[in-house]
Design a protein around this ligand. Structure first.
Ligand SMILES: NC(=O)c1ccc[n+]([C@@H]2O[C@H](COP(=O)([O-])OP(=O)(O)OC[C@H]3O[C@@H](n4cnc5c(N)ncnc54)[C@H](OP(=O)(O)O)[C@@H]3O)[C@@H](O)[C@H]2O)c1
Length: 363
């Protein structure tokens, strides 16, 4: 039996191909191992960032690929088709981190009613969140369209939730407005939605490319929308914060010089503008720093106690989901050609912001 994998050249993400790899028969699986058929997964700019940071943040070690190539991790659903674990039956449906592939073998550990984790040695160098799988069979919140939204947005919205919480906890560092770059991205509009609905009178300013400005305005969660080539027009008569999804060094430098000491927070979150050059010259205003989600999770887990994050995140998620049908058009892509096309379109910035893709290589 073979599995199909979609792999990309680590040093040139424009190069990609499919490979077939042998997978063992059920009787050959090691004790506690599960053979999972990957059913469907979401693909957004965030997955491209995983590839860009594959070496640095060890994403490439999660799903081994032939030398020089990497298998990009994706969030999605898989079904157990062969189990050597006594508490996981065939047919169990799991939500979690998968390779862009038809199959995955994991070593199930810490199995509970809610989930399990992959204990494979090569996966232990990353944050535990990437090795956790949720048992979602029979859970309506993870079925059909609702499930697609979970795969597409839940991991992104967790970041939005944590940044909103971090900024509020720090009284916005004195800022009266928050600017978000790549405002059309799902991570940015999730954060904008939280700020807009919960943090008035903080103003939420979306920075985006000219082509995406109308879409960003239509969302209704930004007080102002400004194209990248117009940021010099931003009023600087108040302290402002910047949350950077684009990772564009030139834009960052421009904003720092424009606001000077009135830029009171500059947090880096993403790298959507992959071809942008980085400007590492010292900048006026707050020092740009990467926002590190696991730190905020650990802090809140301590302070809020068991279930504290889940309860609050669950409430925020419930408040977001009614917006999604209006904000996003879901499209299904199935098979090798579709997967490669959406990968290249996403890599090269050709996906319209209202489009969201669920993909599958399953036969
Ligand atoms: N640090 C973390 O833990 C964490 C967690 C979640 C997400 N993030 C990051 O947040 C960013 C947004 O992710 P997402 O999945 O929400 O994105 P998305 O919805 O797929 O974002 C699409 C938008 O990103 C910009 N973009 C995408 N590809 C581009 C390209 N090749 N060239 C120029 N612009 C491009 C465009 O926005 P504009 O025209 O508006 O610029 C586009 O409308 C990613 O970099 C992701 O890694 C980080």
């Amino acid at each position: 039996m073979t599995a199909k994998q979609f792999i990309v050249a680590r040093d040139n993400l424009q190069q990609s191909r499919f490979v077939d790899v042998a997978i063992p028969e059920t009787r050959e699986l090691l004790t506690d191992s599960l053979l999972i058929k990957v059913d469907r997964f979401a693909f957004t700019a965030n997955n491209i960032t995983y590839a860009m940071l594959g070496d640095q943040l060890k994403y490439w070690s999660l799903f081994p690929a032939p030398n020089g190539f990497g298998n990009i991790p994706v969030w999605g659903f898989g079904d157990v088709i062969a189990s050597r674990h006594p508490d996981i039956p065939n047919g169990e449906r799991l939500f979690g981190y998968f390779p862009m592939a038809t199959h995955l073998i994991i070593e199930a550990a810490d199995v509970s009613k809610r989930g399990l984790r992959d204990a494979a040695a090569h996966r232990q160098g990353v944050s535990p969140v990437y090795n956790a799988y949720t048992r979602v069979g029979g859970d309506a919140a993870f079925a059909g369209r609702a499930g697609d939204y979970q795969a597409l947005l839940r991991p992104l919205f967790m970041l939005s939730f944590l940044v909103d919480d971090f900024l509020a906890e720090n009284a916005f560092f004195g800022a009266r407005s928050v600017m978000l770059s790549s405002a059309s991205s799902k991570t940015a509009f999730g954060l904008a939605h939280l700020l807009h609905t919960q943090r008035k009178p903080i103003r939420v300013i979306g920075l985006t490319s000219r082509a995406n400005a109308d879409y960003v305005r239509s969302l209704g969660c930004y007080d102002d929308v400004v194209a990248y080539d117009e940021v010099s027009s931003l009023a600087t008569d108040h302290p402002a914060a910047y949350v950077d999804m684009a990772g564009n060094g030139e834009l960052r430098a421009h904003l720092h010089r424009h606001f000077g000491d009135r830029l009171v927070y500059s947090g880096r979150v993403g790298l959507t503008h992959q071809d942008a050059t980085d400007d590492n010259a010292p900048l006026p205003g707050a020092k740009p720093t990467w926002f590190f989600a696991p730190d905020q999770i650990r802090k809140r887990a301590r302070e809020w106690g068991p279930g504290g994050i889940d309860t609050r995140f669950g409430a925020a998620w419930a408040n977001l989901t009614p917006m999604l049908e209006r904000w996003i058009n879901l499209a299904d892509g199935r098979g090798e050609a579709a997967v490669q096309q959406i990968y290249l379109d996403t890599l090269n910035g050709r996906v319209k912001p209202d489009q969201a893709h669920m993909l599958s290589l399953a036969e």
